[in-house]
Ligand binder design. Sequence first.
Ligand code: FES
Length: 137
Amino acid sequence: MEYTPIVIDHFTNPRNMGELKDANGIGEVGNTRCGDVMKMYVKIEDDVICDVKFKTFGCVAAIASSSMATTMIKGKKISDALKIKNQDVLKALGGLPAIKIHCSVLAEEAIKSAISDYYVRLGVDPVPIVGKIVSQV
Ligand code: FES
């Protein structure tokens, strides 16, 4: 399977790329096998993700997945953002080659990691809300 036009579009024209200066949650995840790293910044107000940006050092699929993931959580309530699974990112991208599925997992975990950091900053244990994040760095 080759990359879908949606994947190519998000890779060549990534949405919400960069850093968020006033982020109140920053997550970082990585895959030790491929060495790709994904950083996600969120600004949360009243339980809503008002803004989000990402920086990904990784493959085409990792960049497209993180770009797509940011569009899927922007403006969403935390509880809804946490419902987004890698399968949802995959579906939105029109699929990924089998060996690239883990790139979408990284995007799901980057969202969780950023939200998790938001709770840590508030002094709240994130694990009961966000769950365990396997690829957090
Ligand atoms: Fe590892 Fe894409 S090859 S994140």
